[in-house]
Ligand binder design. Structure first.
Ligand code: TRP
Length: 326
């Protein structure tokens, strides 16, 4: 069966774009593939964090992922730092990637421009990501377009390692959802919905109060020509509402456009559909939140399953390098 691996950082909330664009597909994939999902808490540490924050957010995100339907009995769901092999393998990755390759990473350039403290780990971030992926003999990595470069460097590292030490790692492939599956910011529909603070009004979080969600969708930016048409280039705001409504109800955005002759009703229907979609997730989240010990138990099952695979891969990698056996 195809092994799928993806990772998600425990920073901020899960927003509608993360959910509709990624996590909801993961929920479907867990039944069709051999799926491994990881809350990448060590990646979150590449930017300075106050004590306690990453742990709290990892718990919350894990509960949120379970609430959306990731089932720890069906897939492997775990927290990165619970499986030591990730940091161990990251070192081997660092030894097989060049300074030049890491210097060409767009995400590093962006992030290092935005922050005053630029850690060494921000620079070597892709090596840890490569470790995440390669430890599980991953065939496919479902990620957004912004991660394509990180998957390419992972393949490059795997190929170099295999060339130097013999067949060790499986070469993974990025699986990127079509551009139409993207949810855009409600206030700036030319930008992707994101968790950045300056777009708070344009972002819907999965755990937001339903009243707030409805209000935000109803006050989404559209345009002045009044025609309901699915055309992201000319009408990004209206198209975003159509694609959100379509994603929430299982319809087709272009076909849905025919049902509307004004923006008001489209907004009301999109708002209702999103609230209805998120309500059961919020209810399941509340149950999990009330019982952190149960979440811990489920995460331990995930970490145990993950470790079994990862430790085999590490043994193989160390043997192939020819490190002295312990
Ligand atoms: N870098 C990814 C992001 O920012 C998160 C990530 C870490 C990841 N490890 C991964 C994604 C492994 C896919 C596979 O979104």
């Amino acid at each position: 069966m195809t092994r799928v691996f993806s990772g998600i950082q425990p920073s901020g909330e899960l927003h509608l774009g993360n959910y509709l664009g990624a996590v909801r597909n993961w929920v479907a994939m867990q039944h069709e593939t051999d799926a491994v999902f990881c809350v990448v808490d060590l990646h979150a540490l590449t930017l300075p964090k106050p004590p306690g924050e990453v742990g709290r957010e990892s718990l919350r995100l894990s509960q949120l992922l379970m609430a959306t339907g990731l089932d720890p009995e069906v897939c492997i769901l775990f927290v990165q730092s619970h499986v030591r092999e990730h940091t161990e393998c990251a070192w081997l990755m660092q030894c097989n990637v060049s300074f030049g390759e890491l210097s060409r990473m767009v995400q590093f350039k962006d992030k290092s421009d935005q922050h005053e403290f630029v850690s060494g780990s921000l620079f070597t971030y892709p090596a840890l990501q490569a470790a995440d992926i390669l430890l599980y003999d991953t065939n496919e990595v479902p990620v957004g377009e912004d991660q394509r470069q990180h998957i390419e460097i992972t393949r490059d590292i795997a190929e170099r390692f295999n060339g130097r030490f013999g067949e060790t790692f499986v070469l993974p492939q990025a699986v990127i959802p079509p551009a139409g599956a993207r949810v855009m910011d409600l206030q700036n529909p030319s930008n992707k919905m994101s968790k950045s603070l300056d777009s708070e009004k344009g972002t819907v979080n999965v755990l937001d109060d339903p009243k707030r969600i409805a209000k935000e969708i109803r006050s989404a930016v559209t345009d002045n020509d009044g025609a309901v048409r699915f055309d992201f280039a000319e009408k990004p705001g209206v198209s975003n509402l159509l694609s959100i409504l379509a994603a929430a109800t299982g319809g087709d955005p272009a076909a849905l456009a025919d049902d509307y002759d004004q923006y008001g009703q489209l907004k009301v229907d999109a708002a209702d559909a999103v609230v209805a979609l998120l309500e059961p997730i919020q209810a399941r989240f509340a149950e999990l939140e009330a019982d952190p010990a149960e979440t811990a138990r489920l995460l331990k099952i995930g970490a145990d399953k993950a470790r079994e695979i990862a430790s085999n891969t590490m043994t193989r990698a160390k043997e192939n390098i020819g490190l002295l056996a312990d």
